[in-house]
Design a protein around this ligand. Sequence first.
Ligand SMILES: Cc1ncc(COP(=O)(O)O)c(C=O)c1O
Length: 406
Amino acid sequence: MLNSNLEILSDYPFQRLRALLDSQPASHGLAPINLSVGEPQHPLPDIVPAALTRDLSALSRYPTANGSPAFRAACADWLKRRYALPDALLDPERQIVALNGTREGLYMLAQVVVPPQKNGQRPAVLMPNPFYQAYIGATAASGAEAVFVPASAENGFLPDFAGVAPEILARTALVYLCSPANPQGTVASLDYLTRLIELARHYDFVIAFDECYAEIYDAAPPPGGLEAAMALSGGRAGEAALNNVVVFHSLSKRSSAPGLRSGFCAGDARITQEFIKLRNYGCAGMMMPVVEASTALWREESHVAANRALYREKFDIAQSILGNRFGFYRPAGGFYLWLDVGDGEAAAVKLWREAGLRTLPGAYLVRDGGDAVSAAAGKPYLRVALVCELEQTREAMQRFSKVLGG
Ligand SMILES: Cc1ncc(COP(=O)(O)O)c(C=O)c1O
């Protein structure tokens, strides 16, 4: 009766976290601070409420399936500005897909690009280990086999997809790459990205570049999948320039608006057109007030710069308090600390009981194949999301330092 492919979805990280912590006694009189969820708590940019409420009568009509022409143009223009892409590279009408948050897009893409069989075999979907949960959900629902590629300290926290066995690559339909990476904050170089696209074209698989942290960075803007595709085509914008490439972008982190549920994907027209077609059959369109607010946000940069500056300040605070303890490093992108605390689960319990801090054990983000490599990729770590305001972040880091010592 039930789809047995879904059996690999038995342990969602936040369910495990609730099971781990909610039976534990609360800390003594300290207000809890939640650092477990990647949900930005910075103030919503002022343009959001105004744009959301401008025409509420739109709610009396069904929204269109793929945003509005102005929304698609704003997304395409932003990509061109951000990654210095040629004008002709993206046709907003055919190559931008409006998404109610990138999670649903990352999830649904597998239904567009995973065939029933590849080279006569069960298709495979590759993802980094640790990974963002939508990737495994998508893989399970598509019927493909999930292949977890370690992204541990040993390989600089970047999955070595080229090192996967050729027999697996031959039946690979889709690869997920997250850069800047959740949870480690690693940024893949342009060279890494171009080599991955070459690999994808050689084996004819699709790459989903999950770039939802692209605007939260420390020193330099992270390169992206479209930029890498352009580097490979020598800057020429013919349609084949984006073959096998789809990039995902979100307003959740860039504009601190996770509740808006707004993102988009862009890339290879063969894929985006099929995706738009499929969405007509089964998806709720983006609400029109959300389309309006999103259009305004993609055209505005000052709130993004302010947001980024706030994250830098929080990393300054974390660095000054933690120093070089717990393997602290300043991530190149994203807003997580990925700390080596020896045993992430034990540390999460201690921090909750003694400091009221809610953090996520690294092991919950890793598929443990029972081998030393996958254990090393997650078990020693704790993911700490620096999503609170400055003073709460300082308070959290002080409690962390006091309780875990190190
Ligand atoms: C790696 C990664 N990808 C995608 C998402 C989804 O973001 P949204 O659906 O809010 O656009 C998240 C959210 O936490 C994430 O961490």
